[in-house]
Every structure is written in structure tokens, then in C-alpha cells.
Design a binder for this molecule. Structure first.
Ligand SMILES: Nc1ncnc2c1ncn2[C@@H]1O[C@H](COP(=O)(O)OP(=O)(O)OP(=O)(O)O)[C@@H](O)[C@H]1O
Ligand SMILES: O=P(O)(O)OC[C@H]1O[C@H](OP(=O)(O)OP(=O)(O)O)[C@H](O)[C@@H]1O
Ligand SMILES: O=C(O)c1cccnc1
Length: 475
């Protein structure tokens, strides 16, 4: 990735320069969290941590950056000098990528010199909001697809190159098995996959010779696009001729792809022809503006599909294209002490959670069945029994008493200055972690339509701290 240190909103630099002139020694704690889940889902799959870490680790300003910033005429020399000799001095802890996470939970917490931590807001949110959005969409789509592989096909429709590449990474975190995007495949060790476009078929005098030529070049990778002219009258019959020939020559035909029309009816007809021709092993791939709802609908109709290729609706999260994760100040230092802070808001929902915190997943004692999360102050001991309050201030019956649970902390230390404190697993290890964590939350939470809410609580201590700070502000 290019050096993205300049990818920031001007006000971050303005504030950082201001801190340098006024409270240069102050430390701050910021949390990343979101309030609303895309597509009315009940959770987000968090993603992007690796790129956050890489960028923070390599945070620096080149001479041309400093010259440009100087040219704005806004910043004092001592601040520009600070940036020119920037040394990352913060501590970062975060919830591992792939974890299903819920509204208000601190996905990432950064603690360090206020003027540094402030500077990272835009970049951290840019990375985490994008990748978490696409991983969340991919989870919905792969959930609908069940155990059928989903290939990510979106590079041509992604909003720019970086969204295509990092979107493909996020798609795998959310459960996709491969990508057609060669750069993403190379960069992240994702299997590169693909078939052919209609152009190949049109380039030859007829469909049969197009298929034959493909099979000559790729005898062991013949996945044929059968909908250029007529799926059932020409595409599939021609594919069958070529597959039979391939088999006679000792090769294994791969499959067909249907990219238009009523996919269920066409797949049924194609499956029958393939089976009747003694080719039950030939797989059927569907594509064409698919999303989780179309996939679900096709499978509910009993469409005999083996896998899916999905582009635009996945790579842009078209039905819900924004994850509004935020980066909020939770505490500042005063000498050796951390002073908790809140953002007061007219909307009770938007009042932030103060202090240095940890989120825990609560499991029924001795099981792997998670039933709630609780956000606590970091130095709080949870004990065997918990008096908690719903994190959503608008919830009715907010108080709850919880016992017989095992609590597992969600955030782990990731960076301490130059030191990397956690493993940064590859995308498929992240995908495996995600599947494991998904298996632990209730199925009603995972359905696509009107999912059950997974309860998120805050401890009484944290709730009281928030109340006291609100009172202090006269609220
Ligand atoms: N059986 C089905 N049930 C629900 N949706 C389907 C079914 N078959 C296809 N679809 C979806 O319906 C939409 C049809 O889109 P559209 O009308 O643009 O396709 P098309 O005209 O068949 O294809 P093209 O324009 O690419 O030739 C696509 O999103 C497709 O995935
Ligand atoms: O529909 P998506 O989920 O984005 O999947 C990728 C699409 O990209 C290709 O289409 P192409 O670019 O040739 O355009 P088309 O929509 O006209 O087929 C392919 O044939 C799929 O239809
Ligand atoms: O390989 C494919 O079939 C493919 C790749 C990108 C977009 N549509 C299809």
C-alpha cells in the first residue's frame, strides 16, 4: 500500500497542530465503534485491522508532504518538524478481524499522545468502515449460499482500484472462497478463479468452435459460459459435446456458467441434460447481479446450483453502502490519571461510552454458546455475577442480572509503539476465525431478515460513569 499518512481530513491536522501549541503532553484514548448495522442486520464482521496496523507502523511524512503542508500556511514550524520526524508512540488494542461485533462495542482502541491519536481518525475509519462493510455483506451472501462456494467477481464494478483489492480481501473474510481479481489474489494469497466472458464465444464463428478452442487451450479448466445464444438449445448441448470429448481424452470437465434469464429454470434444464449425458460431476455456476436475497430465492426454488460468482452487489454493498463507524474520544490524561470523557448529544443514543474499556463475549458456563456481550471498564473485574444494563439507552427493561457465564475478552493488544503484539493472520485464517465465532452466536441472530438482537450490555460501573459525566454537564 502507498504511504497513506496524508489521507486525512484537514481538521485532524488542524487539531493536532493546535494540541502541539497548547497541550502537547496530553494523552488521549479513542474508540472505534458503530451504531447501525448495514442491511438491518444484527452484527458486523470486523475487518481491516491488518491494513490499519501496516499504515500506523509506517506512518511518516515525506519532504514533499511537509512542503505541501507548509504551503497551506496553517501550521507552526514546531508541528511540521514533529511530523517530519514522526515516531509512532501509541498503543493499539483491537477485536481480531473476522469477529462478529455489535453496536457500541469498541472494535479498536488507541491510546497515546493526543496529537498523534487524533491524526489517525480518518485513515483508520476509512479502512475499517470499508472492509467491515464488505465483509459483512459477504457474510450475508455466503450465509445464503450455504456450503456452495462464492467467487468474488466485483473488480469491474468496485468504486476504484483500492475498493476492488481490499474489498476482495474483505469478501474472503466474510466467507468467499476465491476472487477473479488477480491483484488481490496475488497480494493476499487468495485463489484466483474465473471462467470466460461472452466476448470469447462471440469471437469465434459459432459457439461450438468457441468451446472447442477453449478446451484445447484449457483442457483441465473448462468452465464454459453457456448463455450467449440460448442456454438449453445451444449452450448446454454444445458444452456437453466438448465435455464428452474432453473426458474421452482423459480430462475432467469443470462446469458451466449461466449469466442471464431465469436461473432456476435454466439450471434445472441444464442439470437434466448434463446428467442424462452422463456428466453429473459437471458443476453449474450462476452469476448476474446476484445478492443474498436472489441467492436465497434461487435455492429456495430448488435451483441445482453448485457455486456462485458475485460482483457488483457484493463489492459495493449496493443495498446498504455505508458503515458509519466513528472514532470518539473516551479519555484524556491529567498527569498519571486518565480522565474519562463523553460526547453529550441531544439524542441519548449518541452519548458515547467514557473511559478505557474492554468488551467481553459471554458464554453459557462451560459451553461455546454465546448469549450476550458486555462492555466494561478495562480495570473492572467481572466476577461470577454481573449487574448490567442494556448498552442501547433506548431499550426498555435495561437492567439485567447475569450469572453462570464464562467471559472471554474480545480486544487484544495489537501494537505498542514499534512493537507488534499480536499475530496478523492471513485471510483464510481470519475466515476460519470468523466461522468459529459465528458458530458460537445464536442462529436467530444470523438470519437475513429481522434477525434477533444479540444483547449487548454495559456494566453498572460504566453506566454510572456515563451518568455522572452527563450530570456534570447538567444533562
Ligand atoms: N429464478 C429467479 N429468482 C429470482 N431472481 C432471479 C431468478 N433468475 C434470475 N434472477 C435474477 O433476476 C435478475 C434479472 O436481471 P435482468 O433482467 O437484468 O437479467 P437478464 O435480462 O436475464 O440478463 P441480461 O440483461 O444480463 O441478459 C438478476 O438479478 C438475476 O440474478
Ligand atoms: O453481475 P455481477 O454480480 O456484477 O457479476 C459479474 C458480472 O460481470 C460480468 O458481466 P459483464 O461485465 O459482462 O456485464 P453484464 O452485466 O452485461 O453481463 C459477468 O458476466 C457477470 O454478469
Ligand atoms: O471469470 C468470470 O466468469 C468473471 C469474472 C469477472 C466478472 N464476471 C465473470
Amino acid at each position: 500500500m502507498d504511504n497513506l499518512s496524508m489521507l486525512t481530513d484537514l481538521y485532524e491536522l488542524s487539531m493536532a497542530n493546535g494540541y502541539r501549541q497548547t497541550i502537547p503532553e496530553e494523552e488521549g484514548v479513542f474508540d472505534v465503534f458503530f451504531r447501525k448495522v448495514p442491511d438491518d442486520g444484527s452484527f458486523v464482521i470486523c475487518a481491516g485491522l491488518q491494513q490499519v496496523v501496516e499504515n500506523l507502523h509506517d506512518f511518516h511524512f515525506d519532504k514533499q508532504d511537509i512542503d505541501y503542508l507548509r504551503s497551506l500556511g496553517l501550521f507552526q514550524d514546531n508541528f511540521l518538524d514533529y511530523l517530519a520526524h514522526f515516531h509512532f508512540d501509541c498503543q493499539v488494542s483491537a477485536i481480531p478481524e473476522g469477529t462478529p461485533v455489535f453496536s457500541r462495542e469498541p472494535l479498536l482502541t488507541i491510546r497515546g499522545p493526543l496529537l498523534q491519536a487524533q491524526l489517525f481518525e480518518t485513515l483508520i475509519l476509512n479502512i475499517m468502515n470499508h472492509q467491515s462493510l464488505i465483509a459483512t455483506k459477504a457474510r450475508r451472501i455466503t450465509y445464503a449460499a450455504g456450503d456452495r462456494p462464492v467467487m468474488e467477481f466485483g473488480a469491474r464494478r468496485a468504486q476504484g482500484a483500492s475498493s476492488a483489492v481490499y474489498g476482495a480481501r474483505a469478501a474472503v473474510i466474510g466467507g468467499c472462497t476465491s476472487t477473479s481479481n488477480v491483484l488481490a489474489a496475488q497480494k493476499f494469497g487468495i485463489p484466483a478463479a474465473g471462467t470466460m466472458a461472452h466476448a470469447w464465444i462471440e469471437a469465434f464463428p459459432d459457439e461450438l468452435s468457441a468451446f472447442e478452442k477453449w478446451a484445447e487451450v484449457y483442457p483441465d479448466n473448462a468452465a464454459l459460459l453457456v448463455d450467449t445464444y440460448d442456454v438449453l438449445k445451444s449452450g448446454v448441448p454444445n458444452a456437453i459435446k466438448v465435455f464428452k470429448e474432453l473426458k474421452q481424452n482423459g480430462h475432467q470437465p469443470v462446469g458451466i456458467r449461466i449469466d442471464s434469464g431465469d436461473i432456476t429454470q435454466l439450471a434445472r434444464g441444464a442439470r437434466k441434460q448434463l446428467d442424462d449425458a452422463g456428466l453429473p460431476e459437471v458443476k453449474i455456476t450462476a452469476s448476474n447481479a446476484l445478492d443474498e436475497h436472489v441467492v436465497m430465492s434461487l435455492l429456495n426454488e430448488g435451483a441445482p446450483l453448485d457455486n456462485f460468482g458475485i460482483g457488483e452487489n457484493l463489492i459495493t454493498s449496493a443495498s446498504s453502502p455505508v458503515l458509519s463507524g466513528v472514532y470518539k474520544l473516551a479519555a484524556v490524561s491529567e498527569g498519571d490519571q486518565l480522565i474519562p470523557k463523553i460526547k453529550v448529544s441531544a439524542s441519548r443514543e449518541k452519548v458515547t461510552l467514557p473511559g478505557l474499556k474492554q468488551a467481553y463475549r459471554l458464554y453459557h458456563h462451560g459451553t461455546k454458546q454465546a448469549f450476550a456481550d458486555v462492555i466494561a471498564l478495562k480495570d473492572e473485574k467481572l466476577g461470577d455475577q454481573l449487574d448490567v444494563v442494556k448498552a442501547n439507552p433506548l431499550a426498555t427493561k435495561r437492567d439485567q442480572f447475569i450469572k453462570d457465564f464464562d467471559a472471554v475478552p474480545l480486544q487484544e493488544a495489537v501494537l505498542d509503539g514499534d512493537n507488534l503484539k499480536a499475530d496478523l493472520p492471513d485471510v483464510f485464517a481470519i475466515q476460519a476465525h470468523s466461522k468459529k465465532m459465528l458458530a458460537e452466536i445464536p442462529s436467530a441472530t444470523k438470519r437475513l431478515v429481522n434477525p434477533d438482537e444479540f444483547p449487548v450490555y454495559v456494566t453498572h460501573k460504566l453506566d454510572q460513569m456515563q451518568e455522572q459525566l452527563l450530570e456534570k454537564q447538567g444533562k
